[in-house]
Design a protein. Structure first.
Length: 440
């Protein structure tokens, strides 16, 4: 797809939204306002969001498990995994995949229906000829992988004979890229390079993981026949992805639309008129915005979810958008030296009443959920944080919560009291632990 060299003038907005309107539209579009669609479950949530980011960091759970938990409540973790991945039936018949892994916002789980939409990215990878590594004998190595998969069925990298000899980066769940903070390239075998290249270009697909290991299969075998094509040209692929992103966000700027599936701004400009998204003005937003017409037609109402969010949740993965909508600055500090961290290794924002009102860096010590570092935006956030910690602890099988550090001693004391009350009012057997340390 050729890029647009000049930005087109923004169309005249059809309406003006308040900042609160935009915030509520975003929450509802992301499945965090109103009654959750429990019948559609995790798969319905995936189709609604269009992408769920993967990451190797596991604190309470991995991020792709935390995303449905935030929307649907305490869905069993085995049920979450079963909803995403598509293992072949025991009778030997082909699997019916519901999702596949590919590069969207980052490495993501995507609804299988989106396979044709990423043809533009597969073509771009083929045209480039390589991604991170260059194979010594590309034709021979790729043919060997394809022949093996054709003969033996779905396999892991190690089963293909292509173990990675270096540890994986937490920001690269497929096992590629650079080590966190820089450093040498991964020491990949020729087989590993080949299978990842075939994944990039669409000859191979991952529709299942076992124990966090990708299971590679031939795309021609795993992707449903009606979807297994690259018939859509680049413009149509991008148009569909921008339309999907707009629906998943409710209302969004050009930059928001581009970031959702990591498109270029000029690509968004080239297709925006054909997406059906409606130009609007949002009070307080410096840039023009586009809204999903369905979101405009039905004012967002319903109960707000109180929950802890993964830093990789699509509600907040775009940091500038998070600051604009919620007035909340959040950064992942997993790769920041411990002494320089402000909020902790894997700080999870607290969503309550449709706003981000605190954050906590959780950990597990046996059967205890530990709030290693915690901050709250005032006394009104105490009860929601207690509920969120209680629910999260129950979900992951902990029977106690302990608060270690809080940036406000008075709020810490109130939270301790509220945790005890919340625990006493429940029948889960959860215990509230005492604070070991508070810092002003």
């Amino acid at each position: 797809m050729t890029g647009v060299t000049q930005r087109q003038p923004a169309p005249r907005p059809v309406t003006t939204l308040s900042a609160d309107d935009a915030r509520r539209m975003a929450l509802r579009a992301q499945g965090l306002l109103g009654a959750p669609d429990r019948r559609a479950g995790v798969r319905g949530m995936l189709r609604r969001l269009g992408a769920v980011q993967l990451d190797t960091i596991s604190v309470l759970a991995r991020s792709h498990e935390l995303v449905p938990y935030a929307r649907l409540g305490a869905v069993g973790r085995p049920a979450v995994e079963a909803a995403y991945w598509s293992a072949a039936p025991a009778d030997g018949s082909p699997a019916r995949p519901h999702s596949f892994e590919y590069w969207s916002h980052a490495a993501c789980i995507l609804p299988i229906e989106e396979w044709p939409h990423f043809a533009f990215r597969r073509r771009a990878r083929r045209a480039r000829g390589h991604r991170w590594h260059v194979m010594k004998d590309s034709a021979r190595s790729c043919a060997a992988v394809l022949d093996r998969l054709r003969a033996d069925g779905p396999l892991t990298t190690s089963q293909l004979g292509g173990d990675v000899t270096a540890a994986r980066s937490a920001s690269d769940p497929g096992g590629g890229g650079r080590r966190a903070g820089g450093g040498e390239w991964w020491d990949w075998s020729e087989t590993k390079i080949a299978v990842e290249w075939l994944l990039d270009t669409g000859d191979v697909v991952c529709t299942e993981r076992r124990g966090w290991k990708r299971i590679y299969d031939l795309a021609e075998r795993a992707v449903p026949e009606q979807l297994l094509h690259d018939d859509l040209d680049d413009t149509e692929c991008i148009r569909r992805l921008v339309a999907q992103a707009g629906a998943a966000m409710g209302v969004a700027t050009r930059a928001d639309l581009a970031d959702y599936h990591r498109l270029k701004a000029e690509q968004v400009d080239a297709v925006i008129e054909g997406t059906g998204l409606v130009p609007v003005t949002v009070e307080g937003w410096a840039r023009p915005a586009w809204a999903d017409p369905a979101a405009l037609a039905a004012p967002p109402r319903g109960r707000h979810r109180t929950t802890l969010l993964s830093p990789f949740d699509s509600l907040i993965w775009d940091r500038p958008r998070t600051e604009r909508i919620f007035g909340f600055t959040h950064r992942l500090e997993a790769y920041v030296p411990k002494a320089k961290r402000i909020h902790g290794y894997f700080a999870m924002p607290l969503l309550a009443g449709g706003r981000l009102v605190g954050r906590v860096d959780p950990a597990r010590e046996g059967s205890i959920l530990v709030a290693r570092q915690l901050s709250l935006q005032g006394p009104q956030a105490v009860a929601p944080m207690a509920r969120a910690l209680h629910e999260a602890a129950t979900w992951v099988g902990c029977d106690a919560v302990r608060v270690e550090r809080c940036d406000d001693p008075q709020l810490a004391a109130a939270l301790r009291t509220e945790l005890t009350r919340t625990t006493d009012d429940s029948d889960t057997g959860l215990r509230a632990g005492s604070e070991e340390n508070t810092t002003a």
